[in-house]
Write a protein that binds this ligand. Structure first.
Ligand SMILES: [Ca+2]
Length: 282
């Protein structure tokens, strides 16, 4: 009788424990995945064009023929105890862009990828993607756009802006670090201005996107402490409804003669992987 009772009362407990363990393991498996990293560990004075270092990219930085104004200097940027490597990139304000595809075929990122208009892409509903980089506007108070874009495919030539989806850094209008949904004046366009002036101060900008059916939700933090996920209440901007987008490439560059330092670009599925501390070994 006792045995019979035990089997009825204990078994569900074990099933619950196993279920909990399975949930924990699956959560562990999808969290803390670095999608891509670029620390700009290249030779001094080298053009960024053709450079192919870093982690999680497909191919090299590329652009139209004769790109100028995107080069490397050997002293990298640093921020608090953020893990950093290599030199940094210089954006010289030449209105040129260099592009790079993310590697969407790695098994480690399979759970974050789906098929989109331009092939395999990030931005799957139910996933969260974090993006971080160090940036400084070295020409301040001379201002124009600078930083990077998320892109849904790359088409070189006069129509290259058509696949730009999200602008991170600063745009031509305004004087703060911000977040824009770019749509060439179309209905999907949106702009969320931060509160921190985009001057020479080296900033750690961290963006988070929650991808949902329909519109996405986004946040930007300025100078969050590496190694400690920041609260959304501490975000410098919140974009509650960003028109649906996906991305599988990036571009970098600045215009209007405004110069920027840009470094330590990370894309991943948690704050911890995009803002690791120096002693984390990442
Ligand atoms: Ca670096």
């Amino acid at each position: 009788m006792k045995r019979h009772l035990d089997s009825r009362s204990i078994a569900p407990g074990w099933i619950n424990l196993l279920a909990l363990a399975a949930i924990s393991l699956s959560r562990f498996a999808v969290a803390d995945q670095l999608i891509a990293y670029e620390g700009f560990a290249y030779d001094k004075g080298q053009s960024l064009e053709g450079a192919k270092g870093g982690i999680g990219w497909k191919g090299e930085w590329f652009g139209p023929k004769g790109v100028t104004g995107l080069t490397i200097t050997e002293t990298g940027m640093s921020f608090a105890n953020l893990s950093v490597t290599g030199g940094k990139s210089l954006q010289a304000g030449t209105d040129a862009r260099l592009f790079r595809y993310l590697d969407v075929d790695r098994p480690e990122v399979a759970q974050l990828v789906e098929n989109g208009a331009s092939g395999k892409t990030f931005g799957k509903d139910g996933t969260t993607i974090w993006i971080s980089f160090l940036i400084s506007c070295t020409s301040y108070p001379k201002l124009a756009y600078g930083g990077m874009h998320l892109m849904d495919g790359v088409h070189l030539g006069p129509d290259y802006k058509k696949t730009q989806r999200i602008q991170l850094g600063r745009q031509n209008m305004g004087t703060h670090w911000l977040l824009c949904r770019t749509d060439q004046g179309g209905p999907a366009a949106g702009k969320w201005d931060g509160t921190v002036t985009s001057d020479q101060t080296v900033r750690l900008l961290v963006y988070r996107f929650d991808f949902k059916p329909g519109a996405e939700e986004g946040w930007m933090w300025v100078d969050p402490q590496p190694g400690q996920a920041p609260d959304t209440s501490k975000a410098d901007l919140h974009a509650p409804s960003i028109a649906d987008f996906r991305f599988n490439a990036v571009n970098v560059g600045s215009g209007g003669g405004a110069t920027f330092d840009f470094d330590e670009l990370r894309i991943g599925d948690s704050f911890m992987v995009v803002a690791p501390t120096r002693d984390s070994g990442k």
